[in-house]
Design a protein around this ligand. Sequence first.
Ligand code: ACO
Length: 317
Amino acid sequence: MKARILSVGTFVPDTVLTNKEIETFLDTSDEWITTRTGIKERRIVDKEHPMSASEMGARASRIAMERAGVSSGDIDGIIVATFTPDNFFPSTACSMQADLGCKNAFAFDLSAACAGFTYALTVANNMIVSGQARTMLVVGSEVISKTLDWSDRGSCILFGDGAGAMVLAADEKNQQKGILSSCLFSDGTLGDLLTLPAWGENRVLKMKGNEVFKHAVRFMADLSLQAIDKAGLDVKDIDIIVPHQANIRIISALAEQLSVPMDKVAVNLQKYGNTSSASIPLAFEEAWLDGRIKDGSKVLFVGVGGGFSIGSAVCVF
Ligand code: ACO
């Protein structure tokens, strides 16, 4: 049994926040942000009437379901990776299940920060391979703008809001295609480098950027190689890498460590910033629509985030 990725769908809010606009209220510059991060603009939810993670996730999921040709009744399970849930409970996934009318689906949230999508993909893959579900929605959805300290120039310039979803389905016939391998790793001793408290007064995202940077590159490279090896492949066999979109310098350093040219790496953080668990489907969709994912393409997904949490997966399309 293999789990195939049938489709992807995404949603981003309409409001664009450019670096130039950030210059108007923060001691920073378009030049600094572009050079240090690669980010030019990001999408953010409306301040007065913000969309929730479940609303954005449902929009992305509807597109993914339509592209896959599956109806709401076909979905057996929904996993939503998010660190910005609508509530502690009901889960964002349960709210989406109701919204989408997926009456036959179990639904739960998963917390692995910016590695969330790779974790959700791994769990869904294992559920499909073990026979617990045949068709699943894997979603990353984040309303990060609500968690930011907009006076902290070291963090607020990096992030954006958005959602992405993939439909995964069981395939008994074709053993050559589908998810070949996945790897997860965590290092809780580095938890204080990237935090967002659940309780207390000062509930904003805090980050030790420099340190996060160093560990992010090392962890992503390690987990990439592990997933490629587990799939029985060589780095040269990978057609495209879809990394978490944290910072262009992290992504370039990863490509360098793997000796992969940048034209084999999906990058769209210039438009959306770091959307955490939504960034992998957002980058993947662009590559997919551009025709960069072809029949038989071997794709490496790799993510890293707070926790630290790191995940990777190799999939053949
Ligand atoms: N505009 C202008 N100057 C700034 C800004 C800003 N937005 N932010 C920081 N600076 C200043 C600092 O105050 C510092 O000034 P000083 O030398 O006078 O003290 C100087 O720029 C250099 O600061 P650094 O923190 O060393 O800058 P660095 O090159 O490391 O870039 C950044 C900072 C962009 C945050 C980088 O460390 C980074 O991207 N780290 C990764 C963090 C990340 O991606 N987190 C996302 C979540 S985790 C994940 O997804 C992997």
